[in-house]
Design a protein around this ligand. Structure first.
Ligand code: FUB
Length: 449
């Protein structure tokens, strides 16, 4: 059970924000989210993803992407995310086919006091051409309300818009249509100011999409998903000009080993750390068109090249020891006897559990912040019909024993157990949760009190 804080704050008569606490991957667990564009506005991270939903009879195409609107989320610490609700939808955008269900990967940038939200969709006016067009919606605040412009951007056919505002103030629009394209945007940010060019020097074989361009220390990074084999990996190229020429540098993230065909990235610096936002189908392992946004830290080498990012379940950010800790979002897992599973395979949004089956099986969960206080108790939500026990140790498999949690014998249901903390660990610690015996123990969550 995810017992995250979910408190609706009524900010105005019209706007309801839901605050959720989630430090781990995926970061949003009450709906599907994909194609994440993260931006820093006013000292906070704003996340503009696409919103996958499941097609139902008469609504979307079964077995394919189905997307009818966009939400925006924000966070000040990458741990607590607020859902600001729907900002743009197919039925309220004048040029979009109302039953197109094709509101794919978006972007949002700030310019001259306004927020410009770029999004692709299928137009209702077939004279605009087959396939996708790209529209703009404008707002005074990052969370909206957004007003969509009546027509899409003239001369742009494709998906996955991305906008770079260069240091000299010139804005560029990038998009995908099998290959990657770019053009200058006009001062108003709503029309092209140059003819589109195809970005050259990229791999000629295999689909490329999802361009995301950023500049760091004078280097322009063009990042993009690419099907170099059978599914998408994330690659990048660099250049010294927003329109190239670019040199392919390599892979940022390998293909998913568990079969999500797409991936889609944005890269952003926040509080002096760089982050990769991407997606995976964590909440829908059987259907990869229902995806979820993840974050992992990203590092540059001294020469400006990007170190490959290994996807994690732990994600980023600190977890407060007094909040719900989900060890199923582990940093590392032992080689045998520990695994994760959905709490309820019919209700994936309920989250996961860690299943221990043998003595010595373990998971490691990093960066738990105990602050200055001495926690006295630890609460655990666990299930063990055999009466198994778990140890919580600090910082290594044989580190100080923080607590030992023993299940009540002969209880086949979930138990909410509270146990004394044996060793106080103020500050920041990595937790090791270790099974004590050859008995099955299922752990939902932990919390220090
Ligand atoms: O979300 C639909 C499409 O899948 C996006 O536009 C692509 O980048 C891929 O992630």
């Amino acid at each position: 059970m995810r017992i995250r804080t979910a408190c609706p704050l009524i900010l105005s008569a019209l706007l309801i924000v839901t605050i959720r606490s989630a430090a781990q991957n995926p970061i949003i667990t009450d709906q599907y989210t994909a194609d994440p564009t993260a931006r820093v506005f006013n000292g906070k991270i704003y996340l503009y993803p696409s919103h996958d939903i499941l097609a139902t009879p008469g609504k979307g195409r079964p077995g394919w992407f189905c997307m009818e609107d966009y939400h925006v989320f924000s966070s000040g610490d990458l741990t607590h995310w607020a859902d600001h609700g729907i900002i743009v939808s197919q039925d309220k955008t004048p040029w979009v086919k109302p039953a197109g269900y094709s509101m794919w990967a978006p972007d949002c940038v700030f310019r001259n006091g306004k927020y410009y939200f770029y999004f692709p969709s299928t137009p209702k006016d077939t004279s605009l051409g087959r396939g996708f067009a790209i529209g703009v919606a404008v707002a005074d605040k990052p969370e909206g309300p957004y007003t969509p412009l009546p027509q899409p951007i003239k001369g742009v056919h494709g998906i996955d818009p991305n906008v770079l505002i260069d240091k000299d103030g010139q804005a560029y629009l990038y998009w995908a249509q099998g290959n990657l394209f770019a053009a200058k945007l006009d001062q108003a940010m709503t029309a092209l100011a140059s003819a589109p060019v195809m970005l050259q020097e990229l791999p000629s074989k295999g689909l490329k999409e999802g361009p995301f361009v950023f500049e760091r220390k004078g280097i322009y990074y063009l990042t993009y998903p690419h099907v170099r084999n059978k599914t998408e990996c994330l690659e990048y190229a660099t250049g010294d000009n927003p329109l190239g020429p670019f040199t392919v540098r390599g892979v940022i993230m390998d293909e998913s080993p568990t079969g999500c065909w797409t991936n889609h990235q944005s890269i952003v610096q926040f509080n002096r750390q760089w982050y990769l936002f991407y997606h995976h189908n964590d909440l829908s392992p059987g259907f990869d068109k229902a995806r979820s946004v993840r974050i992992d830290s990203l590092f540059f080498n001294a020469d400006g090249t990007i170190q490959k990012v290994m996807p994690t379940l732990r994600g980023v950010g600190l977890t407060n020891a007094g909040s719900t800790i989900n060890p199923d979002r582990y940093t590392r897992i032992g080689p045998t006897g520990a695994s994760i599973a959905f709490l309820d395979t019919l209700a994936p949004f309920a989250g996961w559990k860690t299943v221990f089956t043998t003595a010595g099986a373990w998971v490691q969960y990093n960066s738990v912040d105990f602050g200055h206080r001495n926690s006295k108790k630890v609460r655990a939500h666990l299930l063990s019909a055999d009466g198994g026990a778990l140890q919580i140790r600090a910082d290594s498999l044989d580190g100080p024993l923080i607590a030992e949690i023993k299940s009540q014998n002969a209880t086949s249901g979930w138990q909410d157990l509270t146990t004394d903390v044996l060793h106080h660990t103020p500050g920041l610690h990595h937790l090791f949760i270790i099974s004590k015996e050859d008995k099955q123990v299922e752990l939902d969550w932990l919390r220090f009190e």
